[in-house]
Ligand binder design. Structure first.
Ligand code: P6P
Length: 349
């Protein structure tokens, strides 16, 4: 780590194997690579970790406290909102609306952009998030997660606008997720690799457990909802057939794994390789998953870990958003497998 504060090049961060590194220390170390940094992004990432601890506490005791069941509200996606969804959404908004670091927010649970209340200062960053993705699985104790994405603002100053929110994923400065599963894990990137932290609830600290995650170039797991197989377009059905054919040379057939909770399916893909996909289909012609707070943050993570993220014909991070809640077909995972998907989806195969 450079002590030369005049250094203008990025100082390579050395990963320490088997050392005790808190997420706060890890975040701060990456800030030192940017001598001009004021610490605003560092504080935002600290607050993401805090939000994850607050939400994880409730998710992990959901079976014990009467907060299961539904609010009777439906969100902008037309999905029934579970009480934990509401709680998670409020956690994000109440953590980030007063810190003076954001100029605007957007949530999967909110139809419109979430403004910074006029009584608080506006800052230079933009936060988009899915506060509790996969929440329909909560009652079955299936892993769920929070997904988040941070940009520098585009407008010069004052309250942020939709122009600050509708971006290309390649402009993200940080992104990641918190997985509420057998343990609570936070995985994030600021563009210099991907690292994972596991919460030690006894001390309330996220500790470095997965330094510098590198996704296998080739995997042997495919993940999609095969219940819709008869609704897949022909190109996708042929890709699926290919993955399921015997071929020892190419390591096929692949194993099928599908949890139906994006954070869980993506996290497994990140660590084991293979492909997670939610393709366009006759049921969902534009795909189901949302560009701004699902595909983009997960796509940033995938690329930073050496993987790929595509719509089937275009790099996810190159898609220019036109609507806040727009959906996008999605193939992400090991480079070789995503490239195969693209060959099928673009007619090369
Ligand atoms: P399907 C959960 O509702 C979610 O938004 C993602 O977490 C998950 O990947 C997907 O939808 C599952 O959708 O149609 O397979 O139930």
């Amino acid at each position: 780590m450079s002590n030369d504060l005049t250094a203008t090049t990025k100082t390579p961060i050395v990963t320490r194997p088997n050392q005790i590194v808190t997420i706060e220390r890890h975040i701060l170390e990456r800030q030192t690579a940017y001598p001009e940094a004021r610490g605003d992004l560092t504080q935002l990432l600290y607050d993401i970790a805090l939000t994850g601890k607050l939400i994880g506490r409730e998710v992990n005791k959901a079976g014990l406290v009467d907060i299961l069941g539904e609010t009777g509200i439906t969100n902008v996606q037309g999905e029934r909102v579970q009480k934990l969804d509401d709680y998670a959404n409020e956690c994000f908004i109440k953590t980030f609306d007063h810190g003076g670091l954001l100029c605007v927010m957007a949530s999967e649970e909110e139809d419109e952009a979430v403004p910074i209340p006029s009584r608080f200062e506006c800052g230079d960053y933009v936060l988009l998030f899915d506060p509790l993705d996969g929440s329909s699985n909560i009652d079955a104790n299936v892993s769920v997660g929070s997904i988040w994405s941070i940009y520098k603002r585009k407008t010069a100053s004052g309250p942020g606008t939709i122009e600050d929110l509708l971006r290309q994923g390649s402009e993200q400065v940080a992104a990641g997720y918190i997985a509420y599963g057998s343990s609570t894990m936070m995985v994030y990137t600021t563009g210099t690799g991907v690292s994972g932290f596991t919460l030690d609830p006894s001390i309330g600290e996220f500790l470095l457990s997965h330094p510098d995650i590198q996704m296998p170039k080739q995997g042997s797991i495919y993940s999609l909802n095969e219940g819709y197989r008869n609704l897949l377009f022909d190109s996708t059905a042929r890709f699926l057939d290919y993955l399921q054919e015997e071929d020892a040379e190419t390591g096929r057939p692949y194993s099928g794994r599908y949890i139906g909770s994006m954070v869980a399916d993506v996290h497994r893909t990140l660590l084991y390789g293979g492909i997670f996909m939610y393709p366009a289909s006759k049921k969902a012609p534009g795909g189901k998953l949302r560009l701004m707070y699902e595909a983009n943050p997960m796509g940033f993570i995938m690329e930073q870990a050496g993987g790929m993220a595509s719509t089937g014909s275009e790099r996810i991070l190159d898609v220019q958003a036109t609507e806040l809640h727009q959906r996008v077909p999605l193939y992400m995972g090991s480079e070789e497998t995503v490239k195969l998907a693209i060959e099928f989806e673009t007619g090369v195969r």
